[in-house]
Design a protein around this ligand. Sequence first.
Ligand code: SAM
Length: 218
Amino acid sequence: MKTLLASKQLDEYTEQHTSAELPVLAKLNRETNLKRGDAVMLSGHLQGSFLQMMSKMIRPKIVLEIGTFTGYSAICLAMGLQDGGHVHTIEIDEELHDMAAQYIEEAGLQDKITQHTGSAIDIIAELEGPFDMVFIDADKSNYERYFDLVFDKVPVGGYIMADNVLYDGEVILPEEQQTKNARAIGSFNRKIKADDRIEHLLVPIRDGVMIARKLRDK
Ligand SMILES: C[S@@+](CC[C@H](N)C(=O)[O-])C[C@H]1O[C@@H](n2cnc3c(N)ncnc32)[C@H](O)[C@@H]1O
């Protein structure tokens, strides 16, 4: 109990000692929580700040995001783009398009973010790359496929990141107690660990973010 309490207090302390959420992101966070029962999918202040910081460190030219939802992480990822850089973000649910577009515009990023509506597998095939930074945050059963589809479109030194790789802690349960999604994430994590073309780091922020850096093509 004491540990749980400490963990909640430490989460609050961590947020308080992280730069404040930008007003446009705070507004988007609030509206998503008011309007959507699945608002837990949004990255939020801490993870959003982490994505912003990663983007500002990498200074990518082209970013690919798989899973736009209401646009929170796409806006964060766009913050560190090089001059002339661009974010491509893919979302299968067309009903989300307008809300994400409204906030992308409010953030002044309408010329830097392209929203693609449809199945990620189809759209990735149409996009040429190269992508200096990829953020996988859509259907868990396809994470391995997304990794394989983007790998050749990421240059050596480029980054492939994936969200929810701890899957609410389920990844450490015995497999027979895991949900289908947790098993898919477990399998993705093992695939990353076994791939010697990349170096990787599992960052235990929020629900876990895997960061893989490409070392070679083959
Ligand atoms: C966890 S949410 C993304 C959250 C967003 N990246 C953020 O941090 O605010 C996952 C999104 O992926 C979308 N999605 C699920 N399957 C997809 C697919 N096959 N192709 C494209 N998008 C998909 C869902 O509709 C959902 O909006």
